[in-house]
Design a binder for this molecule. Structure first.
Ligand code: DAH
Length: 339
């Protein structure tokens, strides 16, 4: 019996010594200490041992069991430590590797141009306001002196939500909203998105942007309009820029004009940019029509004012010499990164 126990002990300890996984340890435990394990068998065969030898043999079996259990625990700790070491080695982070570069966004050329226009007018004491893109027919047409059957309404065919509600075709309705709310003096610009049922091509899009301007006060004259817009043109396109006003018609201004600037590419000599003209049209403007003032609750006998509307995309395309408006809407990062 003593030899048998000694043999089991030697064998088991040798196996524990060599094992290198927790699964293997478990196998060994089952093999010796499990229900049908070798040591357990020895314990079961105790009934064959002479009564007087039993305590001694029992003690020996217990000693062996304790020795095995202790070694099992030790082996377990050894293997766990080893595994942790391997894991740490495998997950080592090389802190000297260069970091991934974060891609930083970029302002859209339209935004850059709009902020430039805002900067110029804020510098002249204007307030920047906003109006709704979904607008009442009343503000978009009626209150701007464009009655139901006016041909100007056809030109600006747009997206109707109901008979009386539509996507605004221009930022001019913001003029009316401001005049209804505020007492003069008024000096504001209103940038924003407008909509027209236009086909997409190099110079058209069903959705684009305008910047509206409005000044109302006592004794505002055409000279104020010309001086202001000439100053704007110089700031926007360079100090040598000249302006020219051509008579035009808008229902909400009288008189009305379109303003051209000298081509900033050729300085007015004529080139591809200005199609040989030397001049480039950039906005519509005029003295606010007395009827529009009256409808908005302002007395045309006491006050007068001027208004203007700039196509933002037009300015962006000119300023950055972009020849196709569609490029502005594709948001191709290779294009946008250039500005
Ligand atoms: N709303 C006009 C358009 O979309 C542009 C315009 C012209 C605005 C003259 C004005 C103005 O305020 O006075 O074509």
């Amino acid at each position: 019996m003593k030899e048998l126990l000694e043999k089991i002990r030697q064998e088991a300890l040798a196996m524990l010594e060599e094992s290198d996984s927790l699964e293997r340890l478990n196998d060994i435990r089952v093999r010796y200490l499990g229900k049908k394990g070798e040591l357990t068998q020895v314990l079961k065969s105790m009934r064959d041992v002479a009564a007087e030898d039993r305590p001694k043999v029992g003690q020996m079996v217990n000693d062996t069991r304790e020795a095995l259990e202790q070694r099992l625990e030790e082996a377990k700790a050894r293997i766990a430590a080893k595994q942790r070491e391997l894991q740490l080695a495998a997950e080592t982070i090389d802190v000297t590797l260069p970091a991934k570069r974060n891609k930083v966004g970029h302002r859209h050329p339209n935004t850059i141009a709009q902020e430039e226009v805002e900067r110029i007018f804020v510098g002249m004491g204007y307030e920047v306001v906003e109006g709704p893109e979904v607008e009442l027919d009343y503000y978009n047409f009626e209150a701007l002196n464009i009655p139901a059957n006016h041909p100007a309404k056809d030109e600006q065919d747009t997206f109707y939500i109901t008979k009386d509600i539509l996507l605004r075709t221009q930022t001019s309705p913001v003029q009316v909203r401001v005049m209804e709310k505020k007492k003069p003096p008024i000096r504001m610009i209103a940038p924003g998105r407008v909509f027209r049922a236009d086909e997409v091509d190099a110079t058209h899009s069903p959705s684009f942007h305008q910047i509206e301007g409005l000044v109302i006060d006592k004794n505002i004259t055409l000279a104020d309009l010309k001086g202001t817009l000439a100053e704007f043109a110089k700031e926007m396109f360079g100090p040598e820029t000249k302006v020219k006003f051509r008579p035009h018609h808008f229902p909400f201004t009288e008189p009305s004009a379109e303003m051209d600037v000298t081509c900033f590419k050729c300085g007015g000599k004529g080139c591809r940019m200005c199609k040989g003209e030397g001049w480039i049209e950039i906005l519509g403007c005029g003295m606010v029509h007395p009827k529009v003032l009256k409808m908005s609750g302002i007395d045309p006998e006491e006050y007068s004012g001027f208004a203007f509307g700039v196509g933002l995309e037009r300015i962006t395309l000119l300023k950055y010499e972009i020849d196709d408006m569609r490029l502005l809407y594709e948001n191709d990062i290779r294009f946008l990164n250039q500005f």
